[in-house]
Design a protein around this ligand. Structure first.
Ligand code: AMP
Length: 286
């Protein structure tokens, strides 16, 4: 029978993991902030396929939010999340409170340098320090064999891979493709903030990236041209405000002027007050 439970303490997680390990079972982890959608579900499905047991963490991590960001309004709905996890055959949802995760006098943080200076790192100071700290803690609590992350957050995926390598975590990091709505908008818990009109306007992110892909496929090699094409498409929407448009080397995440190998084209755009991100990776044919 499929066993499933929602637990709130580190002690309970460790107990469960210990029992699974005794039976020689493999463990997959999906870390989330909850308000789950098909994007998260694709990670859980993949984890279920590749592991005997799957743990999903649902935790809105306060230390990865900036002072003026949406920590307090971030959508939460644990009962619904639990149902989605159970249906996707996860075995455990770990839903801790902040005080369970952070001691009042916590003084240790995990900081990945270099890869975090551009893109979202430049716009959200302290964000990746918060992400890496909580993910390290979850890795230490759950001790998974594999952990699953979405390519939707491409910089996060690169940063976590580097952290795992640098800190010798014995965990395989699996990147999973972006799941989109039928009309192309990348699924995100933050899409719920959008009004009906903004939801329509938010299509400019994916549309602009599609245009960029078109001209790249036709042979365009100058980042400036790509950036301009994206900018033109986004500025057609009056309520859209560009946070960044970046063309970077997909491994080092440093900006490139001329496209010669694999690049990540990543954008962040405010639609009204909602900040959305999207990206794609382009491999230049030799
Ligand atoms: P979040 O709850 O936003 O922190 O996301 C938890 C995990 O789900 C991260 O690894 C995200 O990259 C991944 N994720 C979020 N949205 C999507 C999506 N549309 N497609 C694929 N993965 C996603």
């Amino acid at each position: 029978m499929h066993k499933f439970k929602v637990i709130h303490t580190i002690k309970e997680v460790r107990q469960c993991i210990k029992e699974w390990r005794k039976e020689g079972l493999s463990i997959g982890l999906v870390t989330t902030m909850g308000y789950l959608h098909e994007g998260h579900k694709s990670l859980i499905d993949r984890a279920s396929e590749e592991n005997d047991k799957v743990v999903v963490s649902v935790f809105v991590n306060p230390i990865q939010f900036g002072a003026n960001e949406d920590l307090n309004t971030y959508p939460r709905y644990i009962e619904r999340d639990a149902k989605i996890c159970e249906e996707a055959r996860a075995n455990l949802v770990f839903n801790p409170e902040s005080k369970e995760m952070y001691f009042e006098d916590a003084a240790t943080y995990v900081n990945v340098e270099g890869l975090t200076t551009g893109l979202c790192g430049a716009k959200r100071p302290g964000h990746f320090r918060g992400v890496c700290t909580v993910v390290s803690k979850l890795f230490n609590i759950v001790t998974p064999d594999k952990a699953y992350f979405g390519e939707k957050d491409a910089q996060q995926l690169a940063v976590i891979k580097r952290m795992v390598k640098d800190l010798n975590f014995n965990i395989e990091i699996v990147g999973c493709p972006i799941v989109r709505e039928k009309d192309g908008l990348a699924k995100s818990s933050r899409n719920t903030y959008l009004s009906v009109r903004e939801r329509e306007e938010a299509l400019c992110l994916n549309k602009s990236l599609k245009k960029a892909k078109e001209i790249l496929t036709k042979g365009e090699t100058y980042s400036d041209k790509i950036r301009k094409t994206i900018e033109e498409e986004i500025t057609k929407v009056p309520s859209a405000k560009i946070d960044y448009i970046e063309i970077v080397d997909s491994l080092s995440l440093s900006p490139v002027e001329k496209i010669e190998k694999s690049v990540l084209i990543a954008i962040a755009v405010y639609i009204g007050k909602t900040r959305l991100i999207d990206n794609f990776t382009f491999e230049k044919e030799k």
